[in-house]
Design a protein around this ligand. Structure first.
Ligand code: GTP
Ligand code: SPV
Ligand code: MN
Length: 593
């Protein structure tokens, strides 16, 4: 098959990589229906994919990864900047030439007997001023079919690229899925990503975390914009006005759920609607009117399956009914469909669990789906997809929301005093770890702006970049910055806030604050709602004014403790910490004394 471009930088890079990995065959991905069908058929013939019930789940497939390859591997993810200081204390670092040599040794000849797929893709609507182009080489059909859902793929992308050298190089080699030789390496200065020995999600769909966050955060720093681990949603009020919010929560902390939320009955009746622009990544830049605008660079959703059901997230569930790839969920053999924990209360009795063994649905013994099992679903399927999804200029942002999973300390919601304080609030985020990354689950760690695993350069410089962006914004045009916590627990370990659709009640307060329509209490940590101002109509029995007050409380002793933790965390960055943030920390310490 002949190349889809005459771009010399593309062709010579591919030639080099062909020389290295030695494929039997090269296939350019044009994204056509015929090509996708052919790839699906090939993957089914080798067992890489299982074709699901085409009446119930048209064009849907199931994939199982290797048992040792089910999540991102933060310990094996590297930022290969020229110096360790440029990667910063929160990233693993490897010297670039050493990294290239090691990776090339692993990749050498690894495509022998296999096909090289060349995937030209655009992050962002093709040709949008926000969009960026990448090319991923892979020997995995699963990766190709996922990239076709998650990004815009095909010749149109190369036509936009023309002869330009401004594109991100991505080489993925499955190799033998050896955990000891698994590396996910970003070279921000070279616009290059190399991923070896994995076949899972964020490790191998190189447009997603590797490019759209790690490489793009660095590009944004150099070019004056921002790449963030944020959902984007629009809230339409009964008058038909839509306000947009970006929210950064760590992995598996509720972005997809919030982005697709269904308003509570009382809000629905009044005419409120919520529109999803994006569920994981936002690229943000200033528009001609001086406001910040965001696009979702992705074209699909790579969402957490467990817990997704008709009640928690009907929009996500509906999105997965066509053209979706399910990864590491249980396979119901009776009707050839899929199942996961929390889908319903009827686990299939005649099934295969995510590792590939027969399973009788007895949840107590074994799980049917891996906790980080996922669906890859086309955005266009989403019933609440925003009409602005394809807008090449993005949507204007009224509020930025940070949030984590914290059983204690962080109140349901609070507002920062101003932009710089808001950057501080983002920088001190902490959250319990989840199954989205390999390692322990439920351990509280600092995760600034939900970017700990995704920032492509020194986090202190990233904070300074946030502060510098703020300097370019007029106070009345800058988004207001908030922090939320849906995950407060009582002493018995029960969630104290119903969450999911009811989170709109908090967003409603946030929008009112942005418009100066509601007051607040100034406290040690920022502005807290007067409990009466959070609408709890219809939550009788679940939330009372008193229980609401208790999750809005600022517990000084806990904050004193936390301030010490922040100080220790900041100390890792030495004198690179932006002075503005050091001052904010001093203010917090003084306030909670
Ligand atoms: P990534 O795709 O890993 O970036 O995750 P995400 O941030 O999109 O998280 P997602 O929306 O998939 O939610 C992950 C888990 O958090 C789900 O299993 C939900 O059960 C749970 N969750 C989401 N929203 C809420 C909420 O408001 N309250 C509670 N208690 N749990 C929630
Ligand atoms: C996350 O872990 O934040 C995800 C899933 O969105 S992955 O693509 O694997 O990074
Ligand atoms: Mn994510």
């Amino acid at each position: 098959m002949s190349a889809l471009t005459t771009n010399k930088s593309v062709l010579s890079w591919i030639d080099e990589k062909v020389e290295l990995v030695k494929p039997d065959k090269i296939v350019w991905i044009d994204g056509s229906k015929e090509q996708i069908e052919e790839l699906r058929a090939t993957a089914c013939s080798t067992g890489e994919l299982v074709k699901l019930n085409q009446d119930l789940l048209p064009n849907c497939y199931l994939h199982r990864t290797a048992v040792n390859d089910v999540a991102r591997v933060e310990g094996r993810t590297f930022i290969c900047a020229p110096t360790k200081e440029e990667a910063g204390p929160t990233n693993n670092w490897m010297e670039p030439s050493e990294a290239y040599n090691m990776l090339y040794d692993i990749a050498r000849d690894s495509y022998k007997g296999r096909t090289m797929y060349v995937i030209p893709y655009s992050m962002g609507p093709v040709g949008s001023p926000f969009a960026k182009i990448g090319i991923e080489l892979t020997d995995s059909i699963y990766v190709v079919l996922n990239m076709v859902i998650m990004t815009r793929v095909g010749k149109a992308v190369l036509d936009v690229l023309g002869d330009s050298n401004d594109w991100v190089r991505g080489l993925h080699c499955r190799c033998s899925i050896d955990e000891e030789k698994r590396y996910i390496c970003q070279f921000p200065q070279d616009n290059t990503i190399i991923s070896v020995n994995s076949g899972y999600g964020g490790n191998v769909l190189l447009g997603k975390k590797c490019f759209a966050l790690r490489i793009a955060s660095y590009q944004g720093w150099k070019e004056g914009w921002q790449a963030e681990h944020m959902l984007i949603l629009g809230i339409e009020n009964p008058q038909g006005e839509v306000k947009y919010i970006c929210a950064a929560f760590p992995s598996a902390c509720g972005k997809t759920n919030l982005a697709m939320l269904i308003p509570p009955e009382s809000y629905k009746k009044k005419g409120y609607k919520v529109w999803c622009v994006g569920d994981d990544i936002a690229w943000i830049r200033k528009g001609p009117d001086g406001r910040l605008y965001a696009i979702n660079p992705e074209n699909g959703f790579f969402g957490v399956a467990p817990g997704t059901n008709e009640k928690s997230n009907p929009n996500a569930l509906a999105t997965t009914k066509e053209g979706t790839i399910f990864t590491n969920v249980a396979h119901n053999l009776d009707n050839n469909t899929v199942w996961w924990e929390g889908l319903d209360k009827n686990p299939p009795a005649n099934a295969v669990e995510w590792k590939g063994s027969k399973w009788n649905g007895q949840e107590s013994e074994e799980k049917g789906a891996h906790p980080n099992s996922r669906f890859t679903a086309p955005a266009k399927n989403c019933p609440c997809l925003s009409s602005e999804f394809e807008n090449p200029n993005g949507v204007p942002i009224s509020a930025i929301v940070f949030g984590g999973r914290r059983a204690k300390l962080a109140p349901l919601v609070y507002q920062s005093r101003d932009w710089n304080h808001g950057v501080f609030v983002g920088s001190i985020m902490a959250s319990e770890t989840t199954a989205a990354a390999a390692g322990a689950v439920g351990v509280v760690r600092r995760d600034p702006m939900a970017m700990l695993p995704f920032c492509g350069y020194n986090m202190a410089d990233y904070w300074q970049h946030w502060i510098d962006i703020g300097k370019t914004l007029d106070a009345d045009k800058a988004p207001k910055i908030f922090n939320v916590n849906w995950f407060r627990k009582d002493d018995e370990g029960n969630f104290m806030w119903p969450g999911f659709g009811d989170n709109l009640r908090v967003l409603d307060w946030i929008i009112d604050r942005c418009e100066g329509k509601v007051g607040a209490k100034e406290t040690e940590i920022g502005f807290i709602p007067n409990a009466e101002d959070i609408n709890i109509e219809g939550l009788e029995g679940e939330v009372t004014l008193d229980s609401l007050k208790s999750i809005l409380e600022v517990e000084k002793e806990l904050w004193q403790e936390d301030a010490k933790g922040i100080e220790e965390f900041y100390a890792k960055f030495g004198d690179r910490i932006p002075p503005v943030l050091a001052e904010e920390l001093a203010t917090l310490k003084k306030n909670v004394q």
